[in-house]
Ligand binder design. Sequence first.
Ligand SMILES: Cc1cc2nc3c(=O)[nH]c(=O)nc-3n(C[C@H](O)[C@H](O)[C@H](O)COP(=O)(O)OP(=O)(O)OC[C@H]3O[C@@H](n4cnc5c(N)ncnc54)[C@H](O)[C@@H]3O)c2cc1C
Length: 540
Amino acid sequence: MPKYDVLIVGGGVAGLQAALAAKYAGVQVALLSKTHPLRSHSATSSDGLNAAFGSDDSWQQHAQDTIWAGAGLCDHAAVEEMCRAASDDIIRLDHVGVPFNRNAEGKLDRWTLGGNTLPRTAFSADMTGHAVLNTLHEQCMREDIPSHEEWLATSLAVEDGCCRGVLALEFGTGNLEAFSASAVVLATGGTGRVYAPSTASQSCCGDGMSLAYRAGLSLRDMEMVQYHPLGFCERAAFASEGALGEGAVLCNTDGQPVLQANDQPLRDALCRSLASAGDGVALDFRSLGKERIGTRFLYLGRAATEMAGISLDTAPLPVMPRMHRVLGGIRTDTSGATALSGLFAAGECASPGVHGANALTGNALTASVVFGRRAGSAAAAHASNTAPQALTDSALQDAQRTLEAVFSRPTTSGDTVVTIQRALASTMAEHVGLVRDEAGLREAVRCVADLQARYAQVGLRHHGKMYNHELLSFYELGALLDVAGAIVAAAQERKESRGVHYRSDFPATNDAEGSYHSLVTCGPDGPVLTTSPVNTGQSA
Ligand SMILES: Cc1cc2nc3c(=O)[nH]c(=O)nc-3n(C[C@H](O)[C@H](O)[C@H](O)COP(=O)(O)OP(=O)(O)OC[C@H]3O[C@@H](n4cnc5c(N)ncnc54)[C@H](O)[C@@H]3O)c2cc1C
């Protein structure tokens, strides 16, 4: 059985930051990830990451913008922690080799993204996530951090009320294995695939959120689902809102602008402008001039439009809002600690409280960098103060029996993992999307329960052990169903509109009753909803 002081589950930006921080703290650390780290979703982050640099900005101003965007649900101490640390973290990334763009003075170049009052988003052309991920991965290799790639964590090993490791399935062999660790950091990313269409990578299935949820932990603020306003109608890609700041124009079918020139609203405001403008909204890049088309902010746009045979310099590009990401996640403190001793979480799977009800564009990657590092350090400190405990065999034996039972299920119903997953994603898009109401949410509760029941019966058509993609999807679907249940429960309970959560039956914000964090835990009969106050005090 592999044994480590700290095991990091997830090889995206948050996981690699955590691994390096734990290594620098002098403990024995390893990574485990279901994709190769360089195929993590972080690689698709194109726009950049926020931090206050230079004399024209301050961490306080960054914090103020973040809290304003969060519409009353940000925990102020967490925001302060992130905004204070962000510039040092980004400078560290610069020093270890991230090729950030520079301005004419040789300083880090910055641009303005949605909701930021100043240019504070550092970027590496149109591939910031890719550049950060590659650089961090190089550092992990340099530090000789062992990496178990194409291993799927299937459950947490919890004994005597403490997390002592994970059970994981090796994709290549189909074997289950127990990994023992004094501390585990979940950095498994987001859960965008719970909706379709979505901008998220195939791997974003809420695995870590589900592992924590099944271990009894709370998922916080799950009703806050952010849409990206500029999804391409025909493709799973989008243009950066930065294009608007640079002069591209959103127009309706009559060619009239939908927004003021160079406006940089928050994503939810932009999505609602598009919804009220009706069908046929298109993004017109022609005013940028030929020489600017094809520069950083159009990278994804170019790839997709070239595939679709559309030329950006001859016609506007039809766009529509697409589900982007869930802003909530596993409840943690600002060091990444969860309520389960030995378990930490960071990155998009976690909720340290910085995003609240809406997030500034560019803050997600910053949160992964800052809280990934903090979680790695805290996990290392925990491991250093914890006597190693051997894992018993019982959890592994249970997991093996469960897997055998899944393989022995009949396939006669005709139901498949894929049909259930598609039904789930379209249910969520239809009833728990940009605009919600009680009738739709009730229907979503019914559908998700029905899909859960089908999932409990579904058989696998492929019984091979090596690289069984259907088995991988089976585990991912279990996670997506857990997450969907949590999103619907929290959305139904919030009877107001706030940030990205818009209810047509409760269109106003209700500060008297809505200023709370939703917390969803796993009860015997489904999701159980409680609330906790928003921490508006400063850090100590
Ligand atoms: C298209 C797109 C563009 C974006 N652009 C920006 C941007 O420009 N700026 C910004 O701030 N934010 C952006 N975001 C958000 C940002 O990309 C993410 O919040 C951030 O990259 C998340 O990093 P992460 O390390 O938490 O997760 P990920 O990068 O998703 O990494 C998760 C890791 O966990 C592994 N994993 C998952 N489940 C398991 C399991 N069960 N067992 C083992 N391993 C597992 C995966 O293989 C992967 O290695 C964007 C989001 C999208 C959808």
